[in-house]
Write a protein that binds this ligand. Structure first.
Ligand SMILES: NC(=O)c1ccc[n+]([C@@H]2O[C@H](COP(=O)([O-])OP(=O)(O)OC[C@H]3O[C@@H](n4cnc5c(N)ncnc54)[C@H](OP(=O)(O)O)[C@@H]3O)[C@@H](O)[C@H]2O)c1
Length: 210
């Protein structure tokens, strides 16, 4: 049994990740701004990040929604992620970060460009931290069942992806060293068969050295 901390583990994708890990027999700690119940920890990435939340963890997942306000988005999505990355590097804990598409082309969505830019700085802080990491960039999320996936790199695509499929990818990445040091986008693909994550991860290019 391993122990995982899921930051945003009470959210719609986070809950799916938490459920999968718990069903796999692992201990899961849900880090939330408003923790409820057992196996939860209080964490607000807009404030200080208490390293004790991650003590004893074998893996960290971060799946949080950026604040709308650009300054708050910078605090949470850049500096908050950077703080977690520094703890993960120091304690040698792998991190899977849920990000989004459009990270390299914020001008395509001016209404959220500043949030995307803050998020891009958070991605880069994780890459530069020295922590072992995987960055999963979902396209537009939906709650229908997973129906096959397409994995891409380079952030050029458009589309939608099931939250179930994102959760599957995140959990697979936590256990698969071939996902380490890689960033990829996820899209629904009804044409594809059941994903074989380890083959998909192995085929991806590693990120350039940060
Ligand atoms: N919506 C889309 O189409 C789309 C597309 C691509 C990527 N994404 C990304 O995919 C991820 C999952 O999305 P979702 O819609 O499933 O998420 P969600 O249901 O909106 O949940 C997001 C979680 O973020 C946590 N959070 C927000 N601010 C926080 C803070 N300052 N400190 C700690 N936790 C904070 C919240 O946790 P508490 O309230 O418990 O603190 C919440 O449970 C997010 O990163 C999202 O940005 C979304």
């Amino acid at each position: 049994m391993s122990t995982f901390v899921v930051v945003g583990g009470a959210g719609r994708t986070g809950r799916r990740i938490t459920d999968r890990l718990a069903k796999g027999g692992h201990r899961v700690i849900v880090a939330s701004r408003r923790p409820e119940g057992d196996e939860t920890a209080e964490l607000d990435l807009a404030g200080s990040v208490d390293a004790a939340v991650f003590t004893g963890a074998d893996g960290i997942v971060v799946a949080i929604e950026p604040p709308r306000d650009p300054a708050e988005a910078e605090t949470v999505m850049h500096h908050g992620i950077a703080r977690i990355a520094a703890i993960a590097a120091r304690e040698d804990i792998p991190v899977v970060l849920v990000s989004q598409i459009y990270l390299t082309r914020p001008a395509e969505h001016p209404e959220m460009a500043e949030r995307i830019e803050a998020r891009a700085r958070g991605e880069q802080a994780l890459r530069a931290s020295g922590a072992q990491y995987t960055i999963v960039r979902p396209s537009w999320l939906h709650d229908l069942p997973a129906d096959g996936v397409r994995v891409e790199q380079g952030d050029t695509g458009e589309g939608r992806i099931s939250r179930d499929a994102v959760a599957d990818a995140v959990v697979a990445a936590l256990f698969d060293p071939s996902a380490s040091g890689k960033t990829f986008e996820l899209y629904d693909d009804a044409e594809s068969t059941e994903p074989d994550w380890s083959t998909l991860f192995a085929a991806l290019s590693p990120d350039p050295e940060a």
